[in-house]
Design a protein around this ligand. Structure first.
Ligand code: ADP
Ligand code: MG
Length: 289
C-alpha cells in the first residue's frame, strides 16, 4: 500500500518517525490510551506528546554539552558552602547562576589564593551553562597555550581557535600559575580578543592580581594591559580573599583528631560530628568580614 493509502492512524506513527520525533513515536500508543481514558482535549494530548520529545532532546543536549566541556571533575553550586567563605557575596554568585552573563557576553574573573573555591565556582557555573543547553569548554591556561602552540606548528591554528571561540562559554582556569612563554602569551591574547569580538563570555580564574599580569603574559606588560582591557570591559570580578577550604578542612580534622586522642582515644562517632559542628559555628570563623 502506498503512503497515500494509509489511514491517518498509521500515518501518525510513520510521520513522527519521518520527522525525527522518535520519542513521541515511542510514546504515541500509551499517550493515545491515556488521552482516551482521561478524556484529554486534543491540545492536551499534543502538548503531552511533544513535551516528552522536548525533554528527551534537552537531556541529550545536556549530556553532549557535559561531554564536550571536559570538566576535570564535577562540582555544583549546591555543594559550595558559602558559610566557609563569608567574604564572598552569595547573592552575586546566585545572580551569575541565572546565566544572564552568557547572553550579555559578560566575563567573570575569580581571583584569589589557592584553595578558596575559584575552580569549584567556575566549574559549577559551567555545569549550569551546559544544563541551560549551551556549549561550554573548560581548559587550563597552560593546556590551552600548549595546544595552540602545537596547532600553530601544525598549521591548524584556525581550527583550534574556532574550538575556543565558538562555545557560548570558555572557562580558562589557573591563569598565572605558571608564566607563559611570549609566544604562548600572544596566543592567549588572541583567544581573549576573538571572544571579545564575538561577545562570548569567559570565566577566568587566577591567583595573580591584575598588576602582576605583565609577568603572566611572558613579561609583556603592553599585551597584558591590552588583554585586561578587553577582558574587563564587560566583566564581574570576584575577589575571594578567604582561607583555603582544603587547609581549613585539614585543620578541623586535625583538631578532631587531637580531641579524640586527648580523650581516651575512643571518642564515639557522634561526639566527633558534634565537635565539627561546634568548630564550624565558631564566631571567629563566621565573624570574618
Ligand atoms: P582554587 O581553584 O581556588 O584553588 P578549588 O576550587 O580547587 O580552589 O577548591 C579546592 C577544593 O576545596 C575543591 O575540592 C573544592 O570543591 C573545595 N572547596 C573550596 N571552597 C569550598 C567551599 N566554600 N565549599 C565547598 N567546597 C569547597
Ligand atoms: Mg583552581
Amino acid at each position: 500500500m502506498s503512503e497515500a493509502g494509509l489511514t491517518y492512524e498509521a500515518k501518525a506513527s510513520l510521520a513522527l518517525e519521518q520527522l525525527g520525533l522518535g520519542v513521541a513515536r515511542e510514546h504515541l500508543d500509551t499517550a493515545c490510551q491515556q488521552a482516551a481514558a482521561g478524556n484529554w482535549s486534543y491540545w492536551h494530548f499534543l502538548g503531552y506528546l511533544l513535551e516528552g520529545e522536548l525533554q528527551e532532546r534537552h537531556r541529550k543536549t545536556v549530556a553532549l554539552n557535559m561531554q564536550f566541556a571536559r570538566f576535570p571533575y564535577l562540582k555544583r553550586l549546591e555543594d559550595f558552602q558559602f558559610d566557609a567563605q563569608p567574604g564572598l557575596d552569595r547573592r552575586l554568585i546566585e545572580e551569575l547562576a541565572t546565566g544572564r552573563f552568557l547572553h550579555e557576553g559578560r566575563n567573570i574573573v575569580f581571583l584569589g589564593p589557592p584553595g578558596v573555591g575559584k575552580t569549584h565556582l567556575a566549574i559549577a557555573l559551567g555545569v549550569i551553562t551546559a544544563e541551560m543547553g549551551h556549549r561550554v569548554y573548560f581548559v587550563t591556561a597552560l593546556e590551552m597555550a600548549r595546544r595552540l602552540s602545537k596547532a600553530l606548528a601544525e598549521n591548524t591554528l584556525h581550527r583550534e581557535m574556532n574550538n575556543l571561540t565558538r562555545p557560548k562559554l570558555l572557562v580558562i582556569d589557573e591563569v598565572g600559575y605558571l608564566k607563559l612563554e611570549p609566544a604562548q602569551a600572544s596566543l592567549l591574547f588572541q583567544v581573549i580578543c576573538a571572544r571579545y569580538e564575538r561577545n562570548g563570555a569567559i570565566i577566568l580564574t587566577s591567583n595573580k592580581a591584575f598588576g602582576e599580569w605583565g609577568e603572566v603574559f611572558g613579561g609583556d606588560a603592553v599585551m597584558a594591559s591590552a588583554a585586561l582591557d578587553r577582558l574587563l570591559h564587560r566583566a564581574t570580578v570576584v575577589n575571594i580573599r578567604g582561607e583555603s577550604y582544603r587547609l581549613k578542612e585539614k585543620r578541623q580534622a586535625t583538631g578532631i583528631l587531637v580531641e579524640a586522642v586527648a580523650g581516651n582515644g575512643t571518642a564515639p562517632k557522634k561526639a566527633t560530628v558534634k565537635k565539627r559542628g561546634v568548630t564550624d559555628s565558631m564566631p571567629a570563623v563566621n565573624g570574618v568580614p
